[in-house]
Write a protein that binds this ligand. Sequence first.
Ligand code: FCB
Length: 460
Amino acid sequence: MAVDIQRAHDLAARIPSDFVLGFATSSWQIEGSSQSRGRSIWDDFSETPGKVLDGATADPACDHLNHIPDDLDLIKDLGAKAYRFSFSWPRVIHDGIGSVSAAGLDVYDRLVDGVLERGLAPYATLYHWDLPSALQEKGGWLNPDSDKWFADYAHLVAEHFGDRIDTFATLNEPWVSAFLGYAAGIHAPGEKNAAASLEVFYRLMVASGHGIQALRAAGAKNPGLVLNLTTIIAEDNEVAEQAQLIDGLQNRMFLDLLAGRGLPDDVVEGTSSITDWAFVTPQGLDMAAEPLEWLGINYYTPTRVASTGEDAGKIVGQGDSVYPGIAGVSFVPKNPRTAMGWEIHAESLTTTLVATAERLPGVPLYVTENGAAFDDVVTPEGIHDLPRVDYYDSHIHAALDARDQGADLRGYFAWSLFDNLEWAEGWTKRFGVVRVDADTQKRTPKDSALFLREVYSSVP
Ligand code: FCB
């Protein structure tokens, strides 16, 4: 038997019956069918030689758009109560602004109706990094009108789908868009400009706030935002100050803007040689502080900082120069690590959730992504991905520990349903609980999927 039933039941026994349990995906990573939509910055980036490790591009990905009913059956069969997916902005509006694609809306009508028919709750993200290329040509997120483009798109989607989707997230992980996209340059659009990255961070948060307003105006009940937050661990006293600034750049500046506290002083000071933040306006800060109904947290690994170490200056799997203003520190993940090189440290999920609940009180939290890539071994008897089972077991326990400590945690989504296009890593890093063969498109649930099915379907 591939599943340790007792282990699954011990975990399920801790989960409250109204806790939302599901799987997460994103449009560019799974959809395929890129010819029937507008282009996005991830098409441009992935088609540039050398940007994606194995040269993978948007097609076929998981060819999901040609497998919607079967894929939704699979989600249902795995015991999920909810499905977190994202809309592709350039599928809905090819150029990001202007004429709306009826065919694009039809794709998501079929998806959303299929989700509802199976009794699953849709958790829809409006922007998971696939900015329409036509908007990038206008300056992308650096354009001061970008929040209006986004708000118009959000309004349109909520008007069309608001009768069927309660829960929307505006953005997925604006930290990644800003700092991997504009500082480290390892994500689309591939810029290495620290000053621009800080401005993009700010404009994304304004856009999210404007999007929340637009969603509400169109009648959406439950608008929120998804951030990648984590615990920063200083390994020695020499880096205490740097670790504090890293915490500011990773966590506090997002939560402070949301809470209406403006930018943290230490972040403004620590980045003063890079930017004077002259682009920040009182209206923008007000917009960014538009109240959320919920906050999603994507958590994978802590950030462990030391004064010396083997990977001096680099965050494993994320390149260097990720944190503008930070130099002279090393990022030192301990073992065990995943195939991404990310340290496995479930306690940091607990501390991240508890700290977030303290910094942004009164906002319900969800773990909207959590999971791990491993080099899976395929055998005729199945894919026995015990390290991934261990990861899920320990991290779901850790999330429930945060709840026990008072965090208002309402749900958990595993990343990811499928092996998929892992951005700059292409197919080389597999996060799925279901294996996908990119050539045959065959889906094979791994032992981790069977474990989560047992957990999800055993909640009292
Ligand atoms: C997150 C992304 C998601 C996936 C995981 C591994 O940062 O939101 O799309 O790539 O990491």
